[in-house]
Design a protein around this ligand. Structure first.
Ligand code: ADP
Ligand code: ZN
Ligand code: ZN
Length: 733
């Protein structure tokens, strides 16, 4: 590398391509994957070296010089660079943005990879009983001492910064008087609770484990399908145990941040090794710490949400994707990647096995398993003594429904409560009611910025748009005609909670949705009370459907199924079926048998019938047949060019021009639909339209995109719209 005079650098800007910079003798030696500080336009940016060359094809007088080489060692090793380069190509996203999505914030900002733990200040034994009044001549010190004494706990720097200006000199003075001491916490919880012994695996688990174990030295994809409670997590634990005993690393991706603490604890207790949990709740320092420890192989197990996939793990031997069907594995903005699909590429590159686990696999993965591309492993029984729940459709046509609950469902709730059961009601809609309407003229609470209604929130009498956040006070009379009678059709979780509180005043009811779990710790508190059985009726949105174990639940009610049956999106029914099965799986996990009631106006709907009588697999087969018929994924590949602008015609013009340039590049293997308005045409005050490309062959699609894309930003309307390309979209909104 000594002759390298030029560094080819990726910078975090929305431009395709790399930029050459000159290296001088005074720079420290640099290798690919290191960060450099470079001048870019009028700014100085942190960039990443992608290649080192003896010459450059750029004009010599145009090439600028690297300001500074930041790293001695690459922050992104070759394996990670290869994966990210692949992702940039596949998703047609600028490489600089892709790389910088992968890096922890502190590294993006050019800071050192060596990060210490959190600093805390603590009273000494003298400080604990020292009378602050004796520091009268130093009021700031006295105040600080008093504060620490009142807190009865160490104070973090962050906390001190938030409540006191310029506290450091006073703290230092207290330190020199030996009233306080400074501590650096380890950046990851390394104290290991004693390992809990593993249960003896049952036959199906054993078969799954040995199939995967045999493949630890090569790439293989496994689909592990098992209903909730069938023991998938025990399979993961057993495999991860094998991997770490061999001195290697394992990565577990989960869709939800709320799942990571529970799962992390379970892994930690079972395996008895430190575990890096990477999720959006970490601060920058903790995130970098976990990243560094994994990169240095000091942590062997990483559990995290989708971006954890980018953590360098030099001894990676196994990737597990839990709840692989979950759409939050796909990033829906900026660099729109699917972590499940990228993990497949990472496993191939590293030549290691990957396990996709779910009770309700995505149709994509199921199709791959049915084709034999993935090894199909099934856990058909529940691991514990619990029996599978009984699922029943409640036909509510012509029946009284009050506040979203039919009379028959109400009777069953009452019955379960009287028999000391626990009830879980699932409703995919928060707030009190989805809209407010005038009884005289039909006026409704339309959002001024979206093609949507504003939801009524009762507790603060406000209307809120759940799409753009727009809010205002709910009117008490009709703004159009002055009529006094406004009513609110439909029900959300808040309304169900109110109605049930009135009906069961002596019963502990807990609502779990975004509105009731905003404060830190609130979700956890509610989950603990739900799990212990202290809360007798649980009402919740999909937050409740995912991964949590409620062993005492005896009755599950699913309230607004019909919404999913008639969704405009091609994945609508798939998501609904997954939700029903996932929610149903919450019931009767312990010794109490469970009962699941689905409230619907369409009990004869073929989809519900198939789901009920043939289970998720029967449903999935039927849904796959439908997708094949309609040429939808996984039988076709989709790409959406989305646009957004203040005016509709600007979007349409841009897309029309894009279509015109696409046509001569395209082939008969590609179908083009649009320009079309998006299903929700107006959102947050902006118009949205799209162009859809569809092909049964991925190979036909990608070269065309590559040729087409550079021209888009040069179109005449390009600076008036925001546009983005979505490869393998999760939805069409
Ligand atoms: P899943 O991940 O499929 O929902 P889990 O692995 O969490 O299932 O298992 C469900 C419950 O059954 C857990 O409490 C787990 O400890 C228990 N369990 C799993 N496998 C066994 C087994 N082989 N023997 C005894 N208990 C088991
Ligand atoms: Zn009116
Ligand atoms: Zn809105």
């Amino acid at each position: 590398m000594s002759e390298a005079k030029y560094a080819r650098v990726a910078v975090p800007v929305p431009l395709y391509g790399l930029f050459d910079y000159r290296l001088e003798k005074h720079h420290r030696p640099v290798s690919v994957g290191c960060r450099v500080q470079v001048p870019f336009g009028r700014k100085s940016l942190t960039g990443l070296v992608m290649a080192l060359n003896p010459s450059s094809s750029f004009a010599a007088d145009k090439i600028k010089t690297v300001d500074k080489v930041i790293d001695e060692q690459p922050v992104l090793p070759e394996a990670q660079l290869k994966l990210l380069q692949w992702a940039a190509d596949y998703y047609h996203h600028p490489i600089g943005e892709v790389l910088f999505t992968a890096l922890p914030n502190l590294l993006k900002q050019g800071q050192s990879t060596q990060v210490g733990g959190e600093i805390i200040w603590q009273l000494t034994t003298t400080g604990d009983i020292f009378n602050p009044d004796e520091l009268k001549r130093a009021p700031k010190q006295a105040g600080l001492l008093k504060l620490l004494q009142q807190m009865k706990a160490p104070a973090s720097v962050e906390h001190l910064n938030a409540i006191i200006d310029n506290w450091r000199p006073a703290m230092q003075a207290l330190d020199s008087k030996q009233l306080v001491t400074r501590h650096e916490l380890p950046c990851l919880n390394m104290d290991l609770s004693k390992a809990i012994p593993a249960p003896t695996l049952h036959d199906e688990q054993q078969q799954a484990v040995s199939a995967i174990r045999q493949s630890l030295d090569q790439f293989n994809a496994f689909l592990l399908q098992g209903i909730t409670g069938s023991g998938k997590t025990e399979v993961y634990l057993s495999l991860v145990d094998t991997v770490i005993k061999g001195g290697h690393q394992a990565l577990i991706l989960v869709p939800e941040i709320s799942l990571t603490p529970q799962l992390t604890r379970r892994f930690q207790q079972r395996l008895g090794v430190p575990i890096a949990a990477l999720h959006s709740g970490l601060n920058d320092r903790q995130r970098l710490c976990a990243w560094t420890l994994a990169a240095e192989n000091k942590v062997q197990v990483v559990i995290g949400t989708r971006s954890a996939l980018f953590t360098p793990m030099p001894h990676l031997k196994l990737i597990i994707i839990d709840e692989e069907h979950d759409s939050s594995l796909k990033q829906q903005e900026g660099f729109r990647y699917n972590a499940r699909d990228l993990a497949m590429v990472a496993a191939k590159n590293a030549n290691i096995p990957i396990v996709l686990g779910s009770a309700t696999p995505s149709l994509e993965s199921l199709n791959n398993a049915l084709k034999g591309q993935y090894h199909y492993l099934k856990l058909t029984r529940r691991a514990s003594i619990a029996r599978p729940p009984k699922i029943e459709l409640l036909n509510i046509c012509n029946r009284p429904v009050e506040h979203g609950i039919s009379d028959i469902l109400y009777d069953r709730i009452k019955q379960h409560i009287e028999q000391q059961g626990q009830v879980l009601l699932f409703l995919n809609r928060r707030g009190y009611a989805p809209l407010l309407m005038c009884h005289a003229c039909g006026w409704t609470t339309e959002c001024p910025r979206c093609d949507a209604h504003m939801t009524l929130h009762h507790h603060n009498s406000r209307l809120q748009c759940h799409h753009c956040g727009h809010e205002r006070q709910a009117p008490s009379v009709c703004p159009d005609c002055g009529h006094k009678e406004l009513f609110s059709p439909g029900a959300g979780t808040e309304r169900i909670e109110q109605a049930l509180t009135a009906l069961f005043p002596a019963i502990a009811i807990s609502r779990i949705d975004r509105d009731t779990t905003r404060r830190k710790g609130e979700l956890n508190d509610k989950l603990v009370k739900a799990q212990s059985g202290e809360s007798r009726i649980l009402i919740g949105t999909q937050m409740l459907a995912k991964g949590h174990d409620f062993p005492n639940v005896t009755l599950v009610g699913i309230l607004n199924t019909d919404q999913g049956l008639f969704s405009a999106d091609f994945r609508g029914t798939e998501h609904m079926a997954q939700l029903i099965i996932q929610v149903a799986g919450r019931a009767g996990r312990a010794e109490k048998p469970g009962e699941v009631l689905i409230q619907t106006h369409h009990p004869d709907h073929p989809l519900l019938q198939t789901l009920l009588h043939q289970g998720y697999e029967g449903f999935a087969q039927a849904a796959l047949a439908e997708r094949k018929q309609a040429s939808f994924p996984p039988f076709a590949h989709l790409v959406v060019l989305r646009t957004e602008a203040g005016r509709k015609d600007v979007c349409m013009d841009f897309l029309q021009e894009a279509r015109n340039t696409l046509l001569p590049l395209s082939s008969s293997a590609i179908n083009i639909y649009g320009p079309l308005p998006a299903p929700m045409e107006k959102r947050a005050g902006r118009y949205r339209a799209q162009l859809i490309l569809q092909s049964s062959e991925r190979k036909a699609l990608h070269p065309v995109l590559k040729q087409w894309l550079p021209g888009l930003s040069k179109q005449k309307s390009a600076n008036r719209v925001r546009w983005s390309l979505d490869i393998d979209p999760q939805d069409m909104y």
